[in-house]
Design a protein around this ligand. Sequence first.
Ligand code: KG4
Ligand code: ZN
Length: 349
Amino acid sequence: MIVLGIESSCDETGVGIVDLHDDGTMDILADVVASSMEQHARFGGVVPEIASRAHLEAMPQVMEKALADAGIAKPDAVAATVGPGLAGALLVGASAAKAYAAAWGVPFYGVNHLGGHVAVANLDGEPLPHAIALLVSGGHTQLLEVEAVGRPMRELGTTLDDAAGEAYDKVARLLGLGYPGGPVVDKLAAAGDPQAVAFPRALSRAEDLRGEHRYNFSFSGLKTAVARHVEAAERDGRVISVEDVCASFQEAVCDVLTAKAVMACEDTGARTLLLGGGVAANRRLRELAQQRCDAAGIELRVPRFSLCTDNGVMIAALAAQLIHEGGQPSGLGVGTDTGLEVEVPLVHA
Ligand code: KG4
Ligand code: ZN
């Protein structure tokens, strides 16, 4: 059975196609992604209206290339992200998916974007066991408890303000490093001293860890601390090392992310930690996560990078898993939901 997935929740237009076998395993037949990132660069972050328009323009070419790569005229089912994500961006992808499904006469499945990030784990190895997923990108920062791919997930924590990738983007902007900020800060940090500046670790005091913020994150104070540090140096005429600022900022982000992720594994008894989202590319995040997982006897899984960032394969893979388990089509009347809960893998009208 061939399942096609459309992703359009943020700034990537993705069409992925997987071949679902009777035993539930799947092969990737196509993975085509167009990004409108460059169009957002001068604004320092994703502009929703621009992203929506870019999805509308990119969709036909991305679809044609995916079908050609897979060597098929049409799939047996069409899936799309129906949430969470940007309102207009979701509407473009979901509407396109429904139109394709109707024209081809195949069922439509509206699925959860965050479930898709988790579903890719099964494409690169053994089926994911009970795990904690740390999803970190420009749009999300989530600690989720996962029973298995396709099952309702449980949100343990999230960010109270900026997403982890957004913090990278904002810090890069104030250091004049361009957009997106993650890759360049990551690179400069490698040449800096992570202990040079003691930036704050938000929601990490003993009393925070005892209360409702045990698994939550906050990055806006860190961003402000970096801004203050730079302003103070400018005021005093001191030259600061951009590398040291990047390394110290990055250490603060990765320290909190990995500490809370490992704590979540220990609290829930999960023996596997899955990373996902664009920030999973970060070298220090991977390194520190590996160190802390090794120390705690936890298996760390990081899907290949093209499957960590937003793509259509993750949506096809989640839908295929749900179909394999007998999930029923959503129906064309199903809507999109910008705040779709992680407990809902598949949406019905
Ligand atoms: O998953 P993604 O491609 O798109 C969405 O956010 O939807 O993630 C992009 C985010 C950006 O904020 C970018 O700065 C960040 O991931 N990022 C990184 C790295 N590469 C990308 N952050 C830290 N280190 C990196 N190496
Ligand atoms: Zn995402």
